[in-house]
Design a protein around this ligand. Structure first.
Ligand code: HEM
Length: 332
């Protein structure tokens, strides 16, 4: 009964004992914690999937996004919308803080200017504009579900791993938008990166796998003040990010916006936070592993990406992960 009550409330603030560091599970546990004296406040995000919708309904949304990607493939000099959709799924989840369980993908708050106007999110208006008509077509879908499903669709359509996805995020109001300052800056070294991802509870192996997403798309001077792609193929998901890190000769240079970036022959680049992965021995071990073994990378990337998109959300056991067919698979 308690958990039904909490589910009907969606997002809720609860007081917890200082010794409790995480609330993962049921509403019962949370209520139990509430009865005890309060020294810390946590946000509970209970998944409430859109009522009566089945795998077929979500596969329809997947298909609409994938078809739109195909018909608008000229975007960004032929890169298409896939990479920017993956980046949107990341930024809409990247506000998560394990300390109070705030932020993350749950509330779909990237739809508010207050959040989207973060200077570190420049360029992502292209992704939200791309998805607006999808939301008009499926208005029952929450924005958190839309932004994360957009990323999963793009990843699979660009040749990435099959990525199970669960629905149930619920739109929350502008008061739940976290203050700016939760997105990573590209200038950081390895200890910056490690410390940054500790806020999500991610370990070294997970961080290296996750940053392999930088095989997709490119940096744009007009957005971030960095310039160029990470690879010649900007819209094929692979483990080449790691191969490039290890095999190319990198030179640290100032770009036209006066930012320092690593450049290699052929016009490809790395951000300082990317290059940090070969400068730190603990990270380097995993860079080598993933450069050698694409299957290991695909499987570890899938796991950490799912974890990222679901950070801070409590999913009932009855909410089955959905696995979508790519457009190609549906032609067979
Ligand atoms: C230390 C962490 C990270 C930093 C500092 C960082 C920084 C950046 C920067 C500066 C850009 C260029 C934006 C532009 O100029 O348009 C970018 C693009 C991108 N990022 Fe990250 N990022 C990080 C982590 C991630 C993660 C975890 C993912 C996905 C799981 C991701 C996916 C992408 C993608 C796909 C693009 C290309 C977007 C496009 O082509 O429009 N990034 N990132």
């Amino acid at each position: 009964m308690f958990s039904t009550l909490l589910r009907s409330l969606g997002e809720k603030r609860v007081c917890t004992m200082a010794s409790r560091t995480e609330i993962n599970g049921s509403g019962l546990k949370a209520l139990d914690a509430k009865r005890e004296s309060c020294s810390q406040t946590k946000t509970l995000h209970i998944a409430r999937p859109e009522k009566g919708k089945t795998l077929a309904d979500f596969q329809n949304i997947y298909n609409s996004i994938a078809e739109k990607m195909k018909s608008e493939s000229a975007y960004d000099d032929g890169t298409g919308y896939g990479p920017v959709l993956v980046r949107l799924s990341w930024h809409s989840s990247a506000t998560y803080d394990k300390n109070d369980n705030s932020g993350g993908s749950y509330g779909g708050t990237f739809r508010f200017k207050k959040e989207a106007s973060d200077v570190l999110s420049k360029g992502l208006e292209n992704a939200t504009k791309f998805l607006d008509p999808i939301h008009s077509e499926y208005p029952w879908l929450s924005h958190g579900d839309l932004y994360t499903l957009g990323g999963v669709t793009a990843l699979q359509e660009l040749g990435g791993p099959k990525t199970p996805w669960r629905p149930g995020r619920v739109d929350t109001g502008p008061e739940t938008v976290p203050a700016h300052g939760r997105l990573p800056i590209p200038e950081g070294n390895a200890s910056y990166v490690r410390n940054y991802y500790d806020r999500f509870g991610f370990n070294d192996q997970e961080v290296v796998a996750l940053l392999g997403a930088h095989i997709l798309g490119k940096t744009h001077l007009k957005n971030s003040g960095y310039d160029g792609p990470w690879d010649d193929d900007t819209n094929i998901f692979s483990n080449e990010f790691f191969g490039n890190l290890l095999e190319r000769k990198w030179t640290l240079e100032k770009n036209a916006a006066s930012n320092m970036q690593y450049n290699a022959k052929g016009g490809i680049m790395m951000l300082p936070t990317d290059y940090a992965l070969v400068q730190d021995p603990k990270y380097l071990k995993y860079v080598k592993k993933y450069a050698d073994d694409q299957d290991a990378f695909f499987s570890d990337f899938r796991d950490i990406y799912v974890k990222l998109l679901e950070r801070g959300i409590s999913f009932d056991d009855s909410i089955e992960p959905l696995v979508f067919k790519t457009l190609k698979e549906q032609l067979k």
